[in-house]
Design a protein around this ligand. Structure first.
Ligand code: ADP
Ligand code: MG
Ligand code: MG
Length: 883
């Protein structure tokens, strides 16, 4: 008989797969001697067994009886007892924390009899009925699927009738009335009465937790966070302690460091005379834990001490849930705290400096994609100064965002699908809103605190978040929000500053941010611990400068075609293409040479001694030609060539499949003078810099190569130009000529191609296009379906397809290095900045990746992590950890 249940005294923190994170940590805290109410955990294996049969096995039921008997002994309490009744919570918890996604039921064991007993033994009728009404609502909603709103309505009505502002004013008599009305909700449903027997309640609750593993919001959350469907959840059964037992009781959450800024200080919120979800649901606005220091100093000290102890023990920032019952503190949960990217970086760097963790641990702890959030824009200072703050809430998740207001998750989702940037504005949010939250640039609520659902989720997603902006009066019916004299309608533009909590009407321009402080320290460590280089794709000095600010190792790809699309150059390019013969091409070529050498000069100069790899012209010629009558007329005017001549030339250059057509090095074969001009421009720039004392080694890359013989032909053309230039100048320069690896044929003959190449650089966009036979520009019509139906794990243009495209890459690398063991190999396609792809590139021996400037820090960290994991460094931290 497998063991399906572990008492808290039996488990430990390393058993999260079996016990779930919550159960494993409750056991660990029990061992640490912290005040954790007694209880036990039903394993995830029991959940699997349930998913197979959709019922609780007889083995489990037998073990459950034994565990309840043990719990009775530990607590000295019994189900259905008149003087010492056992009340318990049933709490879900998977291996990876899924905040708010699964369901928890409190106060199980109460019924019409025990509620009276509880009132009597505690001498607190209000408390007893408050607990009972909570059980009725939670059980009804979670187990029987009764509408939460129906229960809320009863509370709202009775408060309105009596003119109460808060739940706290409800009297014992009111609560009895609430209980009666709640029971009527059961009676009028098709589910029947609330079960009075505690054991029946318990079994139904366990069933419901196992069922909740498959509820819609849990599924959405898992999908969003790439959490496996096969994990399953544990169920924790735990003695209740009561934060709603009066004014010297309460419940709260605390972080050992500030989850928004990373600052080292106890951070959190609590509510007196409250239970469970009250703090996070936003029904009442909680107090800052700082206030506890004056209200209950001894408890504050105990909490601070516990926080310190747990952080040292877990070697990471912790998120704690605690309850105070009549002046006594209990711990109900500890887990690694979710945090903003900004806080994650600061905490990791601080903890290294404090000697708590190693640099390697710090590097493995930050999710690479999360730091791209830190590189997001802020509001432009000047533009901001021109706007008046409309209202201010709590700064729940930093960043700056502008978008159009929507009031429901469904409307937000629809607007986003229609291409609108969305700001979701609500009184508060709940797990049901997850679909709408995912698509929002910013989330704003009028209620709730820094640990409310909206706050936690926006931090988790890296969305800008402002909560508790209580001047906002949200009217869902009218789809508008009032603040002061202003009305915000659906679709209105607002701007949200998650760093300050400020809200503005209208759109505000944003500015770029730079890497500084802790992030630059972390990225230095990343460089220290990585094997692969991180280069950038840059065509302009501005892009390159951005990448240099992010400490790129150089340029892995300059696409020269972008330089030809500036209007004054496009004219020359068109004259070139339209010319009848070599003679006619001379003048435009000379003009282009002049302009192009300036481009290269600027890039080389910025690079100083860093490598710059320049790719010669790649796109189909027809892209440069005019496409309609109006453009033809313009070109005719600019070039003096007749419109009929132009049309004739355009139609002769027309191709059915331009991406498979007259482009890349095929242009060199038909129009050698274009590549010659480009090499001359490169050399002129390099020689000019040599004169100025900066020795540049040109790296020239040939696109679309498919064979050794073709590469040899182009290489000779390039080398001839280099030789002529250096001879004329009487100097020598180092240079390399390499191949873009983007044709499957080149990959499989890479041993030969390498004979003519000084380096390879994978153009994964074309390589993916040609390997799948997917037109890059047309995949939108079917790719989403493929991903939805699980026929593709991800878009292979975003994350390398390791099985197919990756196999070709591996062949090319192995063959290339048979010929030249030291052959440098880069990746300069889209996937060069994708962390999952970078992990693969580390494994197959890629030398460097090259990506857009904004991805450079992400790629750097991913490269370090890939290397550390490969080298078998410390176990990687869970990806889910970074918010
Ligand atoms: P979640 O995973 O959504 O955080 P929990 O299982 O942690 O759900 O339960 C939510 C809250 O319910 C806890 O933070 C705590 O305040 C309260 N709670 C759970 N179990 C108990 C208990 N045994 N005694 C008192 N409060 C409890
Ligand atoms: Mg919890
Ligand atoms: Mg290409």
């Amino acid at each position: 008989m497998s063991k399906f249940i572990y008492n808290f005294s039996e488990g430990n923190k390393d058993m999260r797969d079996l016990l779930g994170g919550k159960g494993a940590n409750l056991a660990e805290m029990t061992h640490l001697g912290l005040p954790v109410p007694h209880g036990f955990t039903i394993t995830t294996e029991a959940c699997h067994a349930y998913q197979r049969t959709l019922s609780l096995s007889s083995d489990l039921l037998t073990q459950l009886d034994a565990s309840i008997a043990q719990l009775s002994q530990e607590t000295g309490k019994q189900f259905d007892s008149h003087d010492n009744t056992l009340l318990i919570s049933v709490r879900s918890g998977a291996a990876i924390s899924m905040p708010g996604m699964m369901d928890t039921i409190l106060n199980i064991g109460l019924n019409d009899q025990t509620v009276k007993a509880l009132a009597q033994t505690t001498n607190n009728e209000r408390f007893a009925y408050d607990s009972y009404r909570r059980l009725l609502a939670m059980f009804g909603n979670v187990v029987y699927g009764l509408d939460e709103a129906a229960f809320d309505q009863v509370l709202t009505d009775i408060k309105r009738k009596n003119g109460y502002a808060s739940d706290l004013e409800l009297t014992a008599e009111d609560l009895k009335q609430v209980v009666t009305e709640f029971k009527e909700i059961y009676q009028t449903s098709d589910k029947g009465n609330f079960p009075q027997d505690p054991k029946t309640q318990l079994l139904a609750a366990i069933n419901a937790v196992f069922e909740s593993w498959n509820n819609h919001r849990a599924q959405v959350y898992r999908k969003q966070n790439h959490i496996s469907e096969n994990l399953g959840t544990g169920v924790n059964v735990q003695e209740m302690v009561f934060g709603n037992a009066g004014e010297n009781s309460g419940t709260g959450v605390a972080f050992t460091r500030n989850p928004a800024t990373g600052e080292k200080a106890l951070f959190g919120e609590y509510l007196l005379n409250a239970q469970g979800e009250d703090v996070v649901s936003g029904v009442r606005t909680p107090q800052d834990v700082g206030v506890l220091k004056t209200e209950m100093p001894a408890l504050y000290d105990q909490l601070a001490e516990t926080a310190e102890k747990l952080e040292t023990h877990y070697q990471d920032m912790q998120d704690l849930e605690f309850t105070i019952e009549k002046g006594k503190m209990f711990l109900l949960q500890a887990r690694d705290g979710k945090r903003t990217a900004y806080a994650a970086v600061k905490i990791a760097v601080d903890q290294v400096n404090e000697g708590l963790i190693t640099k390697k641990q710090a590097l493995l702890r930050i999710e690479p994609d999360a730091i791209s959030a830190m590189l997001h824009p802020e509001f432009d200072k000047e533009a901001l100064a021109a706007h008046q703050i409309l209202t201010t809430g709590l700064p729940a998740s930093p960043g700056a965002a502008t978008g159009q207001v929507y009031f429901t998750a469904a409307d937000a989702k629809q607007a986003s699908e229609a291409g609108h940037p969305v700001v979701l504005l609500r009184q508060d949010t709940s797990p049901e809103d997850i679909d709408g939250m995912i698509v929002s640039q910013a989330i704003v609520t009028s209620r709730g605190g820094m640990t409310s659902h909206a706050a936690v989720v926006s931090r988790g997603m890296g969305a800008t978040g402002v909560v508790g902006a209580h001047e906002l009066n949200v009217d869902y019916q009218a789809k508008e929000a009032k603040v002061k004299q202003q009305i915000i309608h659906e679709g209105d533009w607002v701007s949200v500053n998650g760093t300050t909590g400020d809200l503005y009407l209208g759109q505000i321009k944003t500015t770029e941010v730079t890497v500084k402080g802790d992030l630059s320290v972390l990225l230095e460590w990343a460089k220290e611990y990585s094997r692969m280089g991180v280069y950038t794709n840059a065509d302009t000095p501005k892009d390159f400068q951005k990448a240099l600010d992010y400490d790129a190792d150089g340029i892995g790809l300059t696409r020269t075609e972008h330089m030809f699309f500036k209007p004054e150059r496009l004219v020359q390019m068109r004259r070139l293409i339209l010319a009848e013969d070599a003679e006619g091409r001379k003048d435009p070529l000379a003009k282009l040479l002049q302009m192009q050498q300036g481009d290269f000069y600027e890039l080389y100069k910025l690079a100083e001694h860093k490598e710059v790899t320049i790719r010669l012209l790649d796109p189909p010629l027809h892209e440069f030609l005019p496409h309609d009558e109006k453009e033809v007329a313009e070109v005719s005017e600019q070039t003096g060539i007749s419109t009929s001549k132009i049309k004739e030339r355009v139609s002769s250059l027309k191709e059915l499949n331009p991406m498979l057509g007259h482009r890349g090095d095929r242009l060199a074969v038909t129009f050698p003078d274009i590549y010659e001009m480009q090499v001359q421009a490169i050399m002129t720039a390099a020689l000019k810099l040599a004169n100025e004392g900066l020795k540049v080694a040109p790296h020239i890359m040939i696109p679309l190569t498919d064979s050794k013989i073709e590469m040899a032909w182009v290489r000779e053309l390039v080398v001839n130009q280099i030789d002529q230039a250096t001879k004329a100048a009487g100097v020598t320069l180092d240079y390399t000529v390499g191949t873009m690896m983007e044709m499957p044929r080149a990959c499989v003959t890479a041993d030969q191609v390498a004979e003519e190449s000084d380096f390879f650089s994978f153009g994964t966009n074309d390589l993916t296009q040609l390997t799948f036979g997917y037109s890059r520009d047309d995949v939108g019509s079917f790719m989403p379906e493929y991903i939805k139906k699980g026929l593709l794990p991800a878009d292979p243009f975003q994350t390398v397809d390791t099985e197919g495209v990756g196999a070709l890459m591996k062949i090319a690398i192995d063959k290339g290095r048979q010929t030249k063991p030291q052959l440098p190999i880069g990746v300069c396609g889209e996937v060069g900045g994708d962390p999952a792809s970078i992990e693969f590139f580390e494994q197959i021996g890629v030398t460097y990746v090259s990506c857009s400037p904004y991805r450079v820090p992400v790629a750097r960290l991913a490269a370090a992590q890939a290397h550390l994991r490969q080298a078998g460094a410390e176990t990687p931290a869970l990806a889910a950890k970074t918010a």
